[in-house]
Design a protein around this ligand. Structure first.
Ligand SMILES: Cc1ncc(COP(=O)(O)O)c(C=O)c1O
Length: 424
């Protein structure tokens, strides 16, 4: 027999219930992208042709010079544990690179390396909030689902801040100020943003910094994992504004810039928290894979041609998919400034095909048209008055983009004809 307990099933043997799980465990969410991926895999297993735009990772191989560095590390016997904060060579390279690209000063002592950027979301919340103390964390909605999941699991209070299409998927600074209380401990920023592709402009970031100066109790987690995938203008980091660097945890990594998602290598920068993060790493992972650390050293300090070329291709694909989506009946898409996501508004398309919301639209698009995307509810509760959205990851070939969007257009046309509505 199975009984639901939070997100997890509770097993009961005869009349004997199993020992309970923690509240923390029951608050732990997930990335629903993985649920959709399971659906996609099942359909593909049954022989259905699916074009997938679900996955948030580059579709390129890791550049050859980085692969070679990893093989060299293996051959040179780099097999053991490293210091928890990471090898000195990599911490120096990260410090130099983060400093150069943001125009700030960073010491290698302020850098900690871990198995991806993701662990630092948990480490940061764990380090600045206390369980059940009413400590509040503000994070973007829609947003990367791990933010809310970790806030809840660590017993802090989730305070989502809505992003608005009319602001290029930024939040309204006044709405930020209205959410800050004496209990606010952490503000999570993510620019370029998953899932919208939105970028926080320099004036918008300046407005955020102005507000934060009035609230010195607030730490900032700057999720800058897409910092190298900005398509118009320079990348803007909150750390570039007066008084912000000391209280900001910069989080970046190798996954998206050098197509290294499976290598698990990310880093965080903050002078005060570096020793704290280092201790968390000692308590959890011991250290990031030594092989991946040497590979990341090559990624950061070796030639950047491959990373630049990937960025160029993402930009071409962004231009293509935005153009094509805006020709689809009932669909309108902004031109997102970064990452490899596009977040079209499908409110009208839902009405045309008779879908009650973006999630029903997504499920039908998958089952009837063979196009896999994620819907807005996979990234937090839908923001009122903002309409229905779906997410395409355009880390997919040009051909997949052309065919996938054509299938979607045909699905909408065919279903709106059937419903007696005219799709133009
Ligand atoms: C916004 C955001 N932050 C963090 C991560 C995690 O990246 P990593 O692979 O370095 O753990 C992702 C990955 O999808 C992401 O989209």
């Amino acid at each position: 027999m199975r009984m639901a307990l939070g997100n997890f099933p509770l097993l009961v043997e005869g009349n004997q219930p199993m020992p309970a799980l923690s509240r923390r465990t029951n608050e732990l969410g997930t990335e629903n992208a993985f649920v959709v991926l399971a659906e996609v895999n099942e359909l593909q297993r049954r022989g259905k042709n699916i074009i997938s735009f679900c996955i948030g990772q580059p579709d390129f191989p890791t550049p050859a010079n980085i692969q070679d560095a990893a093989i060299r590390a293996i051959r040179d016997g780099k097999h053991g544990y490293t210091p928890s904060a990471g090898i000195v060579e990599l911490r120096e390279a990260v410090a130099r690179d983060i400093a150069k690209r943001r125009g700030i000063t960073v010491s290698p002592d302020d850098v900690v390396v871990a198995a991806g950027a993701k662990p630092f979301i948990a480490y940061s919340i764990l380090s600045v909030t206390d369980y059940g103390a009413g400590d509040e964390v503000i994070y973007p909605n829609p947003g990367f689902p791990i933010y809310e999941s970790q806030v809840r699991a660590q017993g802090a209070v989730p305070v989502p801040i809505p992003l608005h299409e009319a602001r290029g998927f930024n939040f309204d600074p006044d709405e930020l100020e209205a959410r800050i209380t004496p209990k606010t401990r952490l503000l999570i920023l993510n620019s370029p943003h998953n899932p919208t592709g939105g970028v926080i402009s320099r004036p918008a970031m300046a407005a955020i910094a102005d507000i934060l100066r009035r609230h010195p109790q607030v730490w900032v987690f700057a999720d800058e994992i897409y910092s190298r995938l900005v398509y118009e203008g320079d990348f803007v980091s909150i750390t570039q504004f007066d008084d912000m660097q000391e209280r900001t945890i910069i989080c970046d990594g190798a996954s998206k810039t050098w197509a290294m998602t499976g290598w698990r290598l990310g880093y965080a920068v903050n002078k005060t928290l570096a020793p704290v993060f280092s201790r968390w790493v000692t308590n959890t992972e011991s250290c990031a894979s030594q092989i991946s650390q040497w590979a990341a050293l090559e990624a950061i300090s070796g030639p950047q041609d491959a990373a630049d070329e990937m960025r160029k291709q993402f930009l071409e694909r962004r231009n293509l998919i935005v153009k094509l989506l805006n020709q689809v009946p009932g669909v309108s898409s902004q031109n997102p400034g970064g990452a490899f996501y596009v977040w079209p508004n499908v409110t009208e398309a839902c009405a045309l095909v008779g879908a009650k919301d973006s999630e029903e639209f997504r499920a039908r698009l998958l089952n009837e048209a063979g196009v896999a995307v994620l819907s807005d509810i996979h990234f937090g509760p839908r923001v009122p008055n903002e309409g229905q959205h779906i997410r395409f990851s355009y880390a997919a070939s040009r051909q997949a983009i052309e065919q996938g969007v054509a299938r979607m257009a045909e699905f909408i046309r065919a279903n709106s004809r059937a419903k007696g509505k005219v799709a133009t």
